[in-house]
Ligand binder design. Structure first.
Ligand SMILES: [Zn+2]
Length: 250
């Protein structure tokens, strides 16, 4: 699939999920609205960014929570490609590296960058931050902060679109967090998930457990066991700070 086709697919999925064509997206919130999808955050090891299972019984995406928040956003967009557009096996384990991948994995990466930063809106933002063709590190940071994309994914995308020369990648890979702080940005994009939230399950699985509980289908001990299997001790033991009867502070 060529770039144009992948950008079109990214636009199609944005539309399907109720997003407009150009704005930055809250991808985790969008994924939570996908019917029957279970989303798992888990430390998947050094080399794996995510996984996707999509067959007649299970629709599951797992994201490596030890990677930065920006990279997790990118990984989720990559896995959405497997979920919606990959006609392959229905089971994918995805490598963290951007280089030396299969064609299918490269397509998923390209799709992910277009989903987070659509072709036209990236071009418009590049024009806003830079009057000449040479993007500086602070300008690259401004772009990734706007679209919520990991630093490395943004560098590769800019090289791919001809906005940056590939020999800048190494230079621009140092001091990113400190430069972004000095520019007034939150450094959340560059940080992994806090340790206490690194193992978590969201979405369909939780809804199913709640339904079993409401319909009295299994014992309360079994419900607790199912929740603990999904790393939701916060629900079993009420550890989430929002204990029974406490009001939400909005
Ligand atoms: Zn993949």
């Amino acid at each position: 699939m060529d770039k144009l086709e992948l950008n079109t697919k990214a636009q199609e999925l944005r539309e399907l999920l109720g997003e407009d064509a150009n704005s930055p997206v809250d991808i985790f919130s969008l994924a939570n609205h996908i019917d029957k999808l279970t989303l798992v955050f888990y430390p998947l090891g050094e080399n794996i960014s995510g996984m996707c299972v999509n067959d007649s019984e299970i629709k599951l995406i797992a994201i490596n929570s030890t990677m930065s928040y920006g990279r997790q956003r990118f990984s989720l967009a990559h896995e959405l490609y497997h979920l919606y557009f990959d006609g392959g096996s229905g089971f994918n384990v995805c490598s963290k590296r951007f280089e030396s991948k299969s064609e299918n994995e490269k397509c998923a990466d390209q799709f992910a960058t277009y989903f987070l930063a659509p072709y036209k809106s990236l071009r418009a933002e590049v024009r806003k931050v830079s009057c000449d063709s040479l993007l500086s590190l602070p300008q690259v940071i401004a772009l990734e902060q706007y679209f919520g994309m990991s630093h490395l994914a943004m560098l590769w995308r800019l090289v791919n679109e001809g906005y940056l020369s590939s020999d800048k990648i190494d230079d621009y890979n140092h001091g990113v967090i400190s430069v972004s702080r000095k520019l007034g940005y939150d450094d959340k994009l560059y940080r992994p998930t806090p340790p206490e939230l690194m193992k978590r399950t969201y979405g369909h699985y939780l809804k199913q457990v709640e339904e079993m509980k409401n319909r009295d289908l299994v014992s309360s001990g079994k419900i607790d066991e199912l929740l603990l299997d999904a790393f939701r001790d916060d629900i079993v033991f009420g550890l989430d700070g929002d204990v029974q009867g406490a009001e939400v502070i909005d």
